[in-house]
Design a protein around this ligand. Structure first.
Ligand code: CO
Length: 159
């Protein structure tokens, strides 16, 4: 059976690549968080964003201004931040990338450090590797017995 694999964030990735030199890991974290919140609320206040990211509002303001200068967010007054179309596509890619890495770590059995490791890996992973990991996740979802075998293998190996 031939199946279609569509990596639907390709466009987001291409945009990401174009911005790569401009976006630091920290800016990526901000954008991912803004996207997470705006998916539900449509906008986010600076104070709320700073709280979610565990930073001072003054630090958050500096980074958000940089994102604004790149045309990724609208930020004018009253501390309200909204994503532009470009910001929306980039943010969607960042969240997808995060979820792919997190799912992979779950599949290989990483528990305690899963979130921390995801945050480390996501900023540096190449598009090709991300695509392969995404395919592996899908493969494992279709073949749950493989995960089970792997867990048994790990148990035997570690005893
Ligand atoms: Co993340």
């Amino acid at each position: 059976m031939k199946r279609q694999y569509e990596f639907y964030t390709v466009r987001g990735y291409k945009m990401m690549n174009a911005e790569k030199k401009l976006l630091t890991s920290s800016m990526e974290d901000y954008l991912e968080m803004i996207y997470r919140i705006c998916k539900k609320e449509d906008y986010v206040r600076m104070s709320h964003l700073a709280k979610k990211l565990n930073v001072r509002p003054s630090s958050a303001t500096k980074i958000v201004q940089k994102l604004r200068d790149l045309g990724i967010v609208d930020y004018q007054k009253y501390g309200i931040i909204q994503l532009t179309d470009k910001g929306e596509r980039l943010g969607k890619f960042l969240l997808k990338r995060h979820n792919i890495i997190e799912e992979f770590l779950k599949n290989i059995g990483t528990e305690d450090t899963r979130l921390k490791d995801t945050e480390m890996i996501e900023h540096g992973v190449s598009f090709n590797t991300l695509k392969n990991i995404d395919l592996l996740n899908k493969f494992l979802l279709d073949n749950p017995n493989i995960i089970q075998q792997f867990e048994e293998f790990k148990r035997d190996y570690c005893e």
